[in-house]
Design a binder for this molecule. Structure first.
Ligand code: NAP
Length: 266
């Protein structure tokens, strides 16, 4: 049976990319509804509703797929936690605050929850490769710098994916990202401390998303990079995650589990 999906942020770039990907998914998924702000109903959804009244529509879904904004995601969890119980929630929205993360943890006691800053197969493989590299290339000798680029309309920086990559390196090095993170550099910075993780964000044009992680060491440099050429890869990954998550027990899950890069519930 097709997985029934409701999309929050249905009128946005990702919401519309999901319509196109669903059309190519051979009936595996059904977009039963879209939650939108404003009056215009986006094409591709059987029904649309505003955020305030979304509860009834959410109850018709196997999976709620959120690709909106941090404010909208927080409001969704505040207003519609009851409707979400017993279902699956996928959050692709980036830039979530601590309160929203806490609300997602609370919901995970009653629903299957997956939060992924990036739905693409390639980026999740990039995360796994970076984890492997960070475990081998020690912090005293190899400096890590992460550079990301996105389109001019992106509202958060650095990207959720850049933060996930940085966190992966920090964890592999047995430290917390907050203790070693450095966002950009300017002025009399002094020498670079060992162990620091530099993060740099470029914004412009219509870049769908690029990430490069450099391990800069004495006499050698290792670089692992991914470039998204089309938003389609995120939409296809999101639908793959929806089909995988539908009907699962309550708990937190990861995109790496969906893609078979690791197993078990978190
Ligand atoms: N996980 C991934 O693989 C992945 C990939 C790409 C993007 N993303 C993330 O997904 C999110 C959406 O990206 P996008 O490029 O689709 O953005 P977008 O084009 O701006 O779409 C966001 C949609 O959410 C709606 N919205 C925003 N704030 C709202 C609010 N406070 N209340 C109600 N509705 C609200 C917008 O409504 P209006 O149309 O009225 O403005 C818009 O339709 C971003 O956080 C982005 O970083 C994730």
């Amino acid at each position: 049976m097709a997985t029934r999906i409701v999309v929050c942020g249905a009128a946005g770039r990702m919401g519309q990319a999901i319509v196109r990907a669903a059309g190519a998914a051979d009936g595996a998924v059904r977009l039963v509804g879209g939650v939108v702000r404003g009056g215009t109903a986006p094409a591709g959804y059987e029904r649309t509703t505003g955020w305030e009244d979304a509860g009834e529509l959410i109850r018709q879904a196997d999976v709620l797929l959120d690709v909106s904004s941090p404010d909208a995601t927080r409001a969704l969890l505040e207003r519609h936690a009851d409707a979400l119980r017993g279902r699956a929630l996928i959050v692709g929205t980036t830039g979530l605050d601590g309160d929203t993360e806490t609300a997602l943890d609370a919901l995970a006691a009653h629903a299957a929850v997956l939060v992924a800053a990036n739905f693409s197969v390639g980026v999740n493989l990039l995360l796994a490769l970076v984890e492997q590299a960070a475990a081998v290339l020690d912090a005293e000798r190899f400096d890590v710098e992460i550079v990301e680029a996105h389109h001019r309309a992106k509202v958060d920086a650095p990207s959720g994916t850049a933060l996930a990559l940085a966190r992966m390196v920090a964890t592999a090095r047995d430290t917390r990202l907050e203790a070693v993170r450095r966002d950009g550099r300017s002025g009399a910075t002094g020498a670079r401390p060992a162990g620091e993780i530099g993060i740099h964000a470029l914004r412009g044009g219509d870049v769908a998303g690029e990430h490069r992680v450099s391990f800069l060491g004495p006499g050698e440099r290792i670089e692992i990079a991914h470039a998204a050429g089309d938003r389609r890869i995120f939409a296809e990954g999101a639908l793959r995650a929806a089909a995988w998550l539908s009907g699962r027990a309550a708990g937190r899950y990861t995109m790496r589990q969906v893609l078979g890069l690791e197993s078990g519930r978190t």
